[in-house]
Ligand binder design. Structure first.
Ligand SMILES: [Zn+2]
Length: 291
């Protein structure tokens, strides 16, 4: 893949999210707006998503309501902003099993789904441990695990075991084990025009996780929510920075509110952002007014 287009599509938001969930150790620092997004990648015949949001009509919607998520908008409408329908999605790279990243899979009947084998195994293990372990199951909709089994029986599931280069041409998957969740992965897109771009999943929520809010004396501050290790989160963030020679702007955190300022963007009629990270020579802009 040498000339992809990439958009970050906001599909909901958490307007009063605890700052301590986004930055480890940030106790008593109030709340912040946290956008919920997935990423659309188009290149040639490939129409891929990194994560898929959730389904408001099932238990994912209940979890979302319990943590104050608003503005939920279904994929038909969100992807429609880029002229794509859910049936056209060919590949889905799931960074991890939290409801807001995996719960929307049922909208995409034709897509091949890629998730780390370790992520699926770890959720099965957590569920098998029973209610006393439910702290580790926070953010999981158990029905999403069942749905992966259905997708598997349909022949659409790939259980990735570590690094997978060229999952489709130009897109690599990297494990982020023992970080935000046990079997997380992140996605690297290689392009001629935009260089390497890292789609971080929840290993990095925002750019502040990369510099601690002080670019002149940066420190890696992991997210507050982790089933794995804070040390592993810091080391994985450092690995992402190595992919992009330390250039923060080549890392795309899906919960980052400032993406709309750093890249061309527009706000939809329903109040959510479309962010154009990279535009192929063959593709029309989806953020310009004239399109
Ligand atoms: Zn998560």
């Amino acid at each position: 893949m040498s000339d992809p287009s990439i958009w970050v599509l906001e599909y909901a938001r958490s307007p009063a999210h605890p700052v301590s969930a986004v930055f480890y150790g940030a106790h008593n620092q109030g709340t912040m707006n946290l956008p919920f997004s997935y990423v659309l990648i188009k290149s040639g015949d490939v129409v891929a998503l990194v994560d898929v949001g959730y389904d408001e009509s099932d238990f994912g919607g209940t979890i979302a309501e319990s943590i104050g998520v608003t503005h939920y908008t279904p994929p038909q409408q969100v992807l429609g902003e880029c002229g794509v329908s859910p049936d056209q999605i060919t590949h889905i790279f799931v960074t991890h099993g939290h409801f807001d990243h995996i719960g929307g899979l049922r909208f995409f009947k034709n897509a091949k789904v890629f998730i780390q084998k370790k992520e699926l195994e770890s959720w099965m293990w957590i569920l098998a441990k029973g209610r006393r372990y439910r702290t580790l199951a926070a953010g999981l909709n158990p029905a999403d695990v069942l749905h992966l089994a259905e997708i598997n029986l349909e022949g659409r599931l790939t259980l990735v075991d570590g690094v997978l280069e060229n999952a489709v041409p130009g897109i690599d998957l990297y494990p982020a084990f023992n970080t935000h969740t046990a079997g997380c992965q992140y996605v690297v897109v290689r392009s001629d025009k935009g260089g390497k771009l890292v789609l971080s999943g929840d290993v990095i929520y925002t750019y502040k996780n990369l510099d601690g809010g002080d670019p002149s004396d940066p420190s890696l501050v992991p997210p507050g929510l982790a089933n794995g290790s804070q040390t592993a989160l810091i080391e994985c963030a450092d690995e992402m920075l190595e992919h992009v020679d330390g250039n923060h702007r080549q890392i795309i955190p899906m919960h980052e509110e400032r993406l709309g300022e750093l890249f061309p963007s527009r706000t939809t009629s329903y109040g959510l952002k479309v962010v154009e990270v990279l535009l192929s020579a063959n593709e029309q802009s989806r953020v310009e007014f004239w399109y």
